[in-house]
Design a protein around this ligand. Structure first.
Ligand code: IMP
Length: 185
């Protein structure tokens, strides 16, 4: 099967290869399985960026588990970190061991808002598993239990992350050329 390719005008450099992602996802899955034996595990992903990571991660966790989805959008012109839920979870998480599966944590404002909201629903535990962590940009402190890779403060694309809705299907994570970002919102 041919892998999707990115145009040279988009990619500056590959930051995390497909092989590195595969190996790290297997490690994260094994850690999560080890830490959650006998628990009611729920993987919750915020659409759309976390979709690809979730699909691979859930198959690397050798435990019975459930997945659920949430979608949010930033309030246009609103306060940073205040988000509107456009699709809520389908199931109650009360008493469950919840792991929020994220593609990337940048400032952490979005995730902070979501975690506060989920906490009110009284899960037994509430943890975060992110593939990528731009920790130098963090504004709020977050409890990240599982982390794939720490990356520098550069805009990245691939493995779920998009530029103008495109390139989520790239199998690697790459930094984006400044020219390709010009005009991207
Ligand atoms: P935060 O609230 O600043 O942590 O923003 C988190 C969200 O911003 C992520 O879930 C992504 O959707 C988006 N984001 C942050 N950095 C990048 C990036 O480098 N590439 C693509 N999307 C990004």
């Amino acid at each position: 099967m041919a892998s999707p390719k990115a145009p040279e005008s988009l990619v500056e450099r590959v930051l995390v290869t497909e092989e590195q992602i595969t190996a790290r996802v297997a490690e994260l899955g094994a850690s999560i399985a080890h830490d959650h034996q006998g628990r009611d595990v729920r993987l919750i992903t915020i659409l759309r960026g976390g979709l690809i990571f979730l699909a691979d991660l859930c198959r690397a966790i050798d435990l019975p588990l459930q997945v659920d989805f949430m979608a949010v959008s930033s309030y246009v012109g609103g306060r940073p970190g205040v988000v509107r839920v456009t699709k809520d979870l389908d199931d109650s998480i009360e008493g469950a061991s919840v792991i929020v599966v994220e593609d990337i944590v940048d400032t952490g404002l979005t995730l902070n808002y979501i975690l506060r909201m989920l906490k009110e629903r009284q899960p037994a535990t509430l943890e975060v598993c992110t593939l990528l962590d731009k920790d130098v940009r963090r504004i709020v402190d977050l409890p990240i239990t599982y982390r794939g890779f720490s990356i520098p403060d550069r805009f990245v694309v691939g493995y779920g992350l998009d530029v103008n809705g495109l390139y989520r299907n790239l199998p690697f994570v790459a930094t984006v050329r400044d020219e390709a970002l010009a005009g991207a919102g």
